[in-house]
Structure formats: structure tokens, C-alpha cells
Design a protein around this ligand. Structure first.
Ligand code: ADP
Length: 161
């Protein structure tokens, strides 16, 4: 069984993330999308709602699992017996950031990182931009996986915090 983890904040999960996971299924038998809970980033979606949203996106695909984790990503990968960390690359800035993390992860463990380049049309899609649009009551549907209504996953009072 070739299993990978796809770690991230996914605040929220976008079409860019979805595409990386679906293409990753050609490389791996199983992918665990995992939400890191120890990030210093401020989030607008709760971890529970992010898990629910991503499970809804992939509800008909039993090869994709969704979990949250805390602590080191490589420790979570080892716990899940995953040999690879899957990540998406949009820009050279992403590459430089990811390169250091992947090399350190490899030094600490035997876990390799596998990178897929984003499709050109997804390059500008970031969770940060989607959050900004949302906070100003804009329509984010074209940046989210098909069939996802973002308002189903926000808690009352979310945009007043
Ligand atoms: P993190 O907080 O770890 O950067 P993100 O949720 O922002 O997590 O992203 C998770 C992974 O998805 C990262 O590898 C990131 O580069 C990748 N990613 C984010 N947006 C896109 C996109 N539009 N296309 C392809 N990959 C993306």
C-alpha cells in the first residue's frame, strides 16, 4: 500500500488543493489529507468544519481520508505508515519554502516529499485570498471544489471575530 499524507492548513480547502489530491491518486493508493493544528496562522474555519468540508468534497472516494494532527508532520506520517508527504507548488517562492522543510524532514526521517506543480489556472488561488474575499462577503464559489457552499461550514459570528 503506497500511502501519502497531504498536510496543510486548508483554511479553506480550495480547487487548487482538490486538484493536487486527485492527481496524487495516480501516484499513491491512499492519501490522508491532514490538517495541522499547531500552526501559528489565524484561521476562520474551525478544524472540525474544515474536516467536514474536505470529507464532503471526497465523500465518494474511499482512497482519500481526512484527519487533523498536532506536532511534527513527519511524526504523523510515521504514525500513519505513510512514506511520502505530498505538497503542491505554485511558484518559485513555494519551492524555496518547501525545499528547506522537505530536506529537514528527510534528514530527520526517511520520509520523502513529492511535489506536484499546480495547474496554471490554479496558480493564483490561495486560501488567504479566499478568506479575504469571504470576509468582505464576496462570492468564492469558483475557487472552491464544485458543490461546496462555504456558508455550510462557518460558525455563527465567524466574520465578526
Ligand atoms: P500550509 O499552511 O501548509 O502552506 P496550505 O493549506 O496553504 O497549507 O496548502 C497546503 C498545500 O497545498 C501546500 O503544499 C500548498 O503549496 C498547496 N497549495 C495551496 N494552494 C494551491 C494551489 N492553488 N495549487 C496547488 N497547490 C496548492
Amino acid at each position: 500500500m503506497r500511502r501519502a499524507i497531504f498536510p496543510g492548513s486548508f483554511d479553506p480547502f480550495t480547487v487548487g488543493h482538490e486538484d493536487i489530491v486527485l492527481r496524487g491518486l495516480d501516484l499513491f493508493d491512499e492519501i490522508i489529507v491532514c490538517i495541522g493544528t499547531n500552526s501559528s496562522k489565524r484561521s476562520i474555519f474551525t478544524v472540525e468544519n474544515r474536516i467536514k468540508m474536505i470529507r464532503d468534497v471526497f465523500k465518494s472516494n474511499s482512497r482519500i481520508l481526512v484527519e487533523s494532527y498536532s506536532g511534527l508532520t513527519v511524526e504523523f506520517a510515521k504514525e500513519k505508515e505513510a512514506k511520502c508527504i505530498l505538497r503542491g507548488l505554485r511558484t518559485s517562492a513555494d519551492f524555496e519554502y518547501e525545499r528547506a522543510i522537505a530536506q529537514v524532514n528527510k534528514k530527520m526521517t526517511e520520509i520523502d516529499s513529492v511535489f506536484l506543480l499546480t495547474k496554471p489556472e490554479h496558480t493564483p488561488v490561495t486560501s488567504t485570498i479566499v478568506r479575504d474575499i469571504l470576509l468582505h462577503n464576496g462570492d468564492v464559489s469558483s475557487f472552491l471544489p464544485a458543490g461546496i457552499n462555504v456558508l455550510d461550514y462557518v460558525d455563527d459570528g465567524w466574520n465578526t471575530k
